[in-house]
Design a protein around this ligand. Structure first.
Ligand code: NAD
Ligand code: UGA
Length: 465
């Protein structure tokens, strides 16, 4: 193998991204390393259904590349030492305390990763920021790398570095497809030679016209802004859903009409319970923090409103449920369909389901929860530290079958847009429920004509009547 890549961080980004690189480029050796032993063991699990990340198409790639030119390990030192290029793909959550708490990124994992690279690397190493980072983080990384000790005995060649930014735009649930056919690959940096090495890797399967090279700071900022623009569209359409419900318009029709304008486009116009996932909120908060730091208060307020609307939409939905169920959820059972933050992923980070379910628990409801991919323990963990935690022990049951989930329930609440929820036999399900029974469709996925054939009362997001 002539070229050696190490990726630090075997998460939702590191694992799938490196798997695709290894698959398209068998001549490159790819080592994915992580401090989390359990995660690495899962990546190495013989049973591919036990991989730590569920993504359509991922298992096939892992089957082809693992232990050929793709390796998962906790041996961070060797991984970095042998690498020509190190990807930093670690988590970058929001700071919980101290300066910038609640808005700024917590860079402790990025910093520790930079120190590992400084301590373990040999010769020239291209360091690639794959994590989503605040603008000018490359400066922090460079300043840590500057202090490499070139005098240690075991160093035969002097350590040198060049730092590139190469943010990831994959979305969970479609990660493999996004990685195989990206809209663009963005590379920010100054060192032409390193840039061209990274361009060559992607060129193996991405047309050169889709590979965009910019300066470091534009690259870092573009990643944050792309997420902010996407999230802004969701908040916008969610405000429209409320107007539709008040006026008798239908948000699905309005979305279609708006989206057919080629200047607007039809993507990311589905109203729902608000955006979830680990990144939209944190990346916008980062922009808010950055804007305030540079004295751009109005800019910060503009982006902050996207997050405010997101929280408002969740609360609005929860209040509608309480109101429709006569203002009382005590002694009522609500069947929750879907807990992942979107379909085709087992990820629950920032899922709208967490907040909505917690509020329902606080009202005294009993929740039976179904999700096709999220592990029961992962669902229960989401209630840790929340006000509903005390109740969650006795008032939550995780079910494997939809029919058991709805048994004697007073309402069905669809929270994730899983394909299998779109064409359920609601006539049959309704028979198992306590009457009067409700269906709340926060994803706008059920067929209203079919529901009208049942004795279910129903509410669908943005469906005014
Ligand atoms: P993740 O939490 O799933 O994975 C990060 C991994 O890094 C963890 O397994 C953790 O143990 C490991 N880690 C942390 N510090 C380490 C260290 N010093 N040495 C070795 N391992 C270390 O996170 P993720 O969802 O993969 O996201 C990673 C980054 O990519 C974030 O910055 C995120 O904003 C960005 N991003 C995420 C997505 C997504 O869909 N999840 C998409 C695009 C970009
Ligand atoms: C998002 C971006 O789409 C990726 O480009 C980016 O790389 C990634 O964040 C990241 O940086 O982490 P992801 O969060 O995985 O990807 O999933 P999305 O498809 O963007 O969905 C985010 C949330 O918005 C989900 O809760 C989804 O249900 C919701 N959504 C999405 C809507 O409510 N309506 C829509 O029309 C689209």
């Amino acid at each position: 193998m002539s070229f050696n890549i190490c990726c630090v961080g075997a998460g939702y980004v590191g694992g799938p991204t490196m798997a695709v690189i290894a698959d398209f480029y068998p001549e490159i050796l790819v080592n994915v390393v992580d401090i989390n032993e359990e995660r690495i063991n899962s990546w190495n699990h013989k049973d591919l259904s036990k991989l730590p990340v569920f993504e359509p198409g991922l298992e096939d790639i892992i089957k082809r590349a693992r232990n050929k030119n793709l390796f998962f390990s906790t041996d961070i030192k060797s991984g970095i030492k042998n690498a020509d290029m190190v990807f930093i793909s670690v988590n970058t959550p929001i700071k919980k305390s101290g300066v910038g708490a609640g808005q700024a990124s917590d860079l402790r994992w990025v910093e520790s990763c930079a120190r590992q690279i400084r301590d373990f690397s040999q010769g020239h190493t291209i360091v690639v920021e794959k994590s989503t980072l605040p603008v000018r983080t490359a400066e922090t990384i460079k300043s840590i790398l500057e202090f490499s000790d070139n005098k240690k005995d075991d160093i035969s060649i002097a350590k040198t570095y060049s730092v590139l930014s190469n943010p990831e735009f994959l979305a969970e649930g479609t990660a493999i497809e996004d990685l195989k056919n990206p809209d663009r690959i963005l590379i920010g940096g100054e060192d032409e030679k390193s840039i061209s090495i990274l361009v060559d890797i992607y060129s193996k399967w991405v047309p050169k016209s889709k590979i965009l090279c910019t300066n470091l700071w534009s690259s870092e900022l573009s990643k944050l802004m792309a997420n902010a623009f996407l999230a802004q569209r969701i908040s916008s359409i969610n405000t429209v859903s409320a107007i539709c419900e008040s006026t008798g318009a239908n948000v699905a029709e309005v979305s279609k009409a708006i989206g057919m304008d080629s200047r607007i486009g039809d993507k990311f116009l589905n109203a729902g319970p608000g955006f979830g996932g680990s990144c939209f909120k944190k990346d916008i908060l980062n922009i808010v923090y950055l804007s305030r730091y540079y004295g751009l208060g109005e800019v910060a307020d503009f982006w902050e409103s996207v997050i405010k609307i997101n929280g408002w939409q969740r609360n609005r939905i929860y209040k509608i449920i309480v109101e429709k169920l006569y203002g009382n959820l005590a002694t009522k059972k609500i069947a929750i369909l879907g807990f992942a933050f979107k379909a085709n992923t087992n990820d629950t980070r920032e899922s709208p389901a967490i907040n909505i379910c917690n509020n329902l628990l606080k009202e005294g409801a009993f929740l039976s929860i179904h999700d096709p991919k999220v592990e029961p323990n992962s669902i229960l963990k989401c209630f840790k530290g929340l006000i509903g935690e005390d109740y969650s022990q006795n008032n939550i049951k995780i079910e494997a079958r939809i029919i058991d989930t709805v048994l004697n329930a007073d309402a069905i609440l669809i929270l994730t847009d899983w394909e299998e929820y779109k064409n359920l036999d609601f006539q049959e399900l309704s028979k198992k429920m306590r009457k009067p029974a409700w269906l709340f469709d926060t994803r706008g996925i059920v067929n209203v004509d079919e529901i009208k054939k049942t004795d279910l009362k129903f509410w669908k997001i943005g469906y005014g009547n």
